[in-house]
Design a protein around this ligand. Structure first.
Ligand SMILES: [Zn+2]
Length: 59
């Protein structure tokens, strides 16, 4: 049985791109042209910002 540990989140964090602040994160999303459906959130693990895919629901 697999239990959800903080390790998985840590891995996800390490694999994600880090941004120093929300502005950098959002700017990166804009550059990638995927600002729609993307949201920046402050990471409690590394203290930086990451981009997360925002599920807008069925369309
Ligand atoms: Zn992080």
């Amino acid at each position: 049985m697999k239990r959800p540990t903080g390790e998985e989140r840590h891995h996800a964090c390490a694999r994600k791109r880090r941004y120093r602040n929300q502005g950098d994160a959002l700017d990166a999303a804009l550059v990638a042209g995927v600002e729609r459906g993307r949201t920046a959130y402050p990471c409690p693990l590394c203290g930086h910002w990451h981009l997360a895919t925002k599920s807008a629901g069925p369309r």
